[in-house]
Design a protein around this ligand. Structure first.
Ligand code: MN
Length: 185
């Protein structure tokens, strides 16, 4: 992905012409996929237990988690025992995204869309491409969203990269290889 590193390393960058997304596979107490979107200088984050689907028929639960710094998009390794989220992390996919959020027929910023409870975007990753919608369906202490593939040319219910493409897009390693190589140090 040309230019990604430059973008991540530039703290002065305020224009979000090519904001990044990352999906980190995380073998914590419960395996999940952390879906993160760059919004206003931080990574807005959701834990998606089943990962992203390419089928518009499958709604994937997405539970909001704390914002992460942009630099965290590069993190792959093992979070030590005793720390929050202990377990192995791999960069399952990454790339840039385009905001497609509209409200009453007008393009709306991602931050505003998140406040309103609905955003729409196009992902350009290695494994995942195409349009997705993220919609809040519960607020309060148990806030929860649904992440759903849009019915566009990139929709492909026959392909399930969560199963068929488990390796890191950075290092080519599996989560087990990361645990073996970087755990117990
Ligand atoms: Mn996580």
């Amino acid at each position: 992905m040309p230019g990604l590193d430059t973008q991540v390393d530039d703290p002065e960058r305020v224009e979000q012409e090519n904001p990044i997304f990352v999906i980190q596979k995380h073998a914590a107490k419960t395996l999940h996929y952390d879906f993160r979107l760059e919004v206003d200088g931080v990574l807005k984050s959701w834990a998606v237990p089943k990962g992203l689907s390419l089928s518009p028929e499958e709604k994937r639960l997405a539970v909001p988690t704390e914002d992460h710094p942009i630099e965290y998009a590069e993190f792959e390794g093992v979070i030590p025992e005793g720390s929050y989220g202990a377990g192995a992390v791999l960069v399952w996919d990454r790339g840039t995204y385009r905001n497609l959020t509209e409200r009453r027929g007008e393009r709306t910023g991602v931050a505003e869309g998140l406040r309103q409870g609905h955003i729409s975007f196009w992902l350009d990753g290695t494994k995942i491409r195409g349009g997705y919608a993220l919609t809040r369906f519960r607020t309060g202490k148990n806030e929860a969203w649904l992440l759903v593939k849009k019915n566009d040319d990139e929709a492909d219910p026959g392909r399930n990269p969560v199963v068929s493409e488990p390796r890191s897009v950075i290092s080519g390693r599996t989560i087990e290889e990361i645990e073996a190589e970087e755990g117990d140090q």
